[in-house]
Design a protein around this ligand. Sequence first.
Ligand SMILES: [Zn+2]
Length: 254
Amino acid sequence: MEILVFILGTILGSFYLVVGTRLPLKENIITGRSRCDFCHETLHWYELIPILSFLLQKGKCRHCKKKISLIHLIMEICTGSLFLAGYIYLGFTIRYAIYLVIVSVALIIFVSDLKYMIILDSPLIIGSILVIILKYFEVGFKNTGIAIFYGVLLLLIMLLIKFLGDKLFKKESLGGGDIKLCFLIGLTIGYPQIGFRLGLICLIFASFLALPYALLSVYLNKKNELPYGPFLISAMIIIFVFIEKFSHLTILFS
Ligand SMILES: [Zn+2]
């Protein structure tokens, strides 16, 4: 079972890389066949086996011999490992299904936000719908309603932070994608009673995660904006998986 989960992760990982890199360019991701980034040769099935194809071809295209970006291998291994780690920790549960959805959305956001500074709407919308359906099976109708409410609440708080931030820094402080992402965050960790406080902890936790990256980009004198989305969604996944530990922290806000 562990091996199957890992293999499924590696296959989906290369798909998420395609979604994250091609969808912002409005390219078709379903019918468009996989091609080499350089010579645009259509790839055969045996050139698309996750991890193995990369290793057997020694990281080079079979046609033009150009080096294939290492990101393909990294994405496949990361996705496989995340799918496997979740399975080991959560087992075959509804929570694991929710975990798979948010990890998938996270990986697509990682690719598109780091590459283009864009958070796509479609993974957020599809992810939110799937989480709402799974929540219903996890916590029932009423508590799913509460979770949706917390999602809206966190989105409004983010809008307020953006409004204040824009006034303070006199430029765009937060991207629209980061704000929309907060609905999914409030929804996913929006458990009754503690949901709202968990949402606030997530915003603070994400800032801590982003701190080393922010300091490094200041140190390297990079003027570019900080992608906040990947840190937000990473913080959410950590809180979701270790919810019992983080629910103790909510005392800080009571
Ligand atoms: Zn090629």
